[in-house]
Design a protein around this ligand. Structure first.
Ligand code: NAP
Length: 307
């Protein structure tokens, strides 16, 4: 397929490379240069704007930041929606009745904003899928992401080869916005588990047991989790480089709490961990990885989990 890729950061860069490796023809655009250069070296063409990328693609994938970023790339002045006229001209010229433009947004954003963009697109005859991912930078690099997809099922099936090039578990979740809703459930699980990992580490240290020994002892048992195996060693080693940034996690928790508020649903643990991430942000660590959550628990307990 002719695929456009917009947003070449921690996640987008390796994901886009897998699509080239799977034989798709890629046109890329990124706000800053570094991502573009990495992909052009790997064999992609460079587009001049999101609209230009759309005009040269059957499917455009976005992997940007928050809801306003997707809105800007989709509907802004040089957005995807403005590339579609040329797509229709081309179809008319060659008599092609094949697929029209599909926008797959793989960022984590608001389900409500997703539905609003999709309804704007409907007037321009663009199809949209929301397909946020889980699995982090490692999952993106190894093409083992879990991908949760919302939108029309037939559009999902048409795009399945793209998902399979980037992920291992691909799940159709329901109509547009359903992928984002499932991703927010994922973020509740991930962040509350992260908080439990931090609490276990500060407890071990304060009670006189080596955090590394505690980690080794519990990792193979019922308490194991992705957060324990991947984040706890980084907390102990004081490695706060981002796989998943604190401010992205804060955004996801805000989105989960917004959806819960709309539904009059209390999520007490999510609200608490969201406040702890706010304190990590207030201390200036918003661009660090989510393992920096331990700094909030360390401050409360006057302890550090370094061995
Ligand atoms: P990142 O490293 O900060 O990359 C974001 C990319 O989007 C950058 O290339 C950035 O351009 C571009 N961008 C942001 N806002 C833009 C705008 N308004 N217009 C144009 N381009 C814009 O973030 P990431 O970690 O790859 O995460 C991307 C998305 O995936 C987020 O929604 C995040 O929540 C989600 N996610 C991340 C992970 C993870 O572990 N990292 C896991 C699952 C889901 P610049 O280069 O100019 O900054």
């Amino acid at each position: 397929m002719r695929v456009g890729f917009i947003g070449l950061g921690i996640m987008g860069r390796p994901m886009a490379k897998h699509l080239i490796a799977a034989g798709h023809q890629l046109t890329v655009w990124n706000r800053s240069r570094a991502g573009i250069e990495a992909l052009v070296t790997a064999g992609a063409a460079e587009g001049a704007s999101p609209a230009d990328v759309a005009s040269r693609s059957d499917v455009v994938i976005t992997m940007v930041g928050d809801s306003p970023d997707v809105e800007e790339v989709a509907l802004g002045e040089r957005g995807i929606i403005h590339g579609v006229g040329e797509v229709f001209d081309r179809e008319a010229r060659i008599g092609d009745r094949g697929p029209r433009l599909v926008h797959i947004d793989m960022s984590t954003i608001s389900p409500e904003v997703t539905r609003r963009i999709a309804s704007e697109y409907a007037r321009a005859h663009i199809e949209m899928l929301d397909a946020p991912v889980s699995g982090g930078e490692t999952g993106a690099i190894n093409a083992t992401l879990s991908i949760m997809v919302g939108g029309k099922r037939e559009i999902f099936e048409r795009c399945r080869p793209l998902f399979e090039a980037m992920g291992r578990t691909v799940t159709y979740c329901g109509p547009i916005g359903a992928g984002q809703t499932v991703k927010l459930c994922n973020q509740v699980l991930v962040s509350v588990t992260n908080m439990a990992v931090c609490e276990a580490l500060v407890l071990a240290k304060k009670a006189g047991v080596s955090p590394s020994v505690m980690l080794e002892a519990v990792s193979g048992g019922a308490a194991s989790s992705w957060q324990l195996l991947n984040l706890a060693p980084k907390m102990i080693a004081r490695d706060f480089r981002p796989g998943f940034k604190v401010w992205h996690q804060e955004k996801d928790l805000r989105l989960a709490l917004e959806v819960a508020r709309e539904a009059a649903l209390p999520l007490p643990a999510t609200a608490l961990v969201s406040q702890l991430f706010a304190s990590v942000h207030a201390a200036g660590f918003q661009d660090e990885g989510t393992q920096a959550l331990v700094k909030a628990l360390e401050k409360l307990g006057h302890v550090t989990v370094e061995d």
